[in-house]
Design a protein around this ligand. Sequence first.
Ligand SMILES: C[S@@+](CC[C@H](N)C(=O)[O-])C[C@H]1O[C@@H](n2cnc3c(N)ncnc32)[C@H](O)[C@@H]1O
Length: 195
Amino acid sequence: MELPFSQACENNKKPILEVLEVAFANASQVLEVGSGTGQHAVYFARQLPHIEWQASDQPAYLSGVKARILKEGAPGQALPVEFDVFKEAPAGQFDALFTANTCHIMPKEGVKALFEHLGNSLKSVKRLCIYGPFNDNGQFTSESNRSFDESLKARDSQMGIRDKQWISELASQHGFHLKNTHTMPANNQLLEFQR
Ligand SMILES: C[S@@+](CC[C@H](N)C(=O)[O-])C[C@H]1O[C@@H](n2cnc3c(N)ncnc32)[C@H](O)[C@@H]1O
């Protein structure tokens, strides 16, 4: 099978790793939501060997993520599990959660559903890193993000770049505080939460 590939993942994995090395220094079991191509999953699992990295995604993505882990994963890396945020969360004592480029793809209700899980079956998660493009108080942070948002909404009216403050408010409802906002290349940010 030809592995799914994202050039953006290749470009952003090292800058993200530099943040995760510190943010997840004391994490041991990470759940990744929306693993997509699996490129992040194999890279972070190899570069952060103190972590058991559990990839997950909706059913349509699982075969691609699985194939990538089998080909390029860390020794003994877990195969991906199914997780659609509108359904049950995977079982496990995860102490951290990572998700990249998902909040603008899933509808707002999906982002809320993810936080509902964090308040219920994913209560063991204490550290949370969310990467992607975000608005600041309703304002686009760049012209390219404005046109990206237009293209998302043309694809599906429920997609769209979310506000950092909206995400932080949802997070605070479940006991998280925004510890750091990391400015990342290509007008992205990494929101680092802790509880
Ligand atoms: C643009 S891709 C990002 C993939 C990868 N994380 C990356 O950074 O390249 C969006 C991801 O969000 C996931 N996603 C969208 N809706 C979802 C849902 N309801 N539950 C779980 N994942 C979802 C998709 O399956 C896909 O993997």
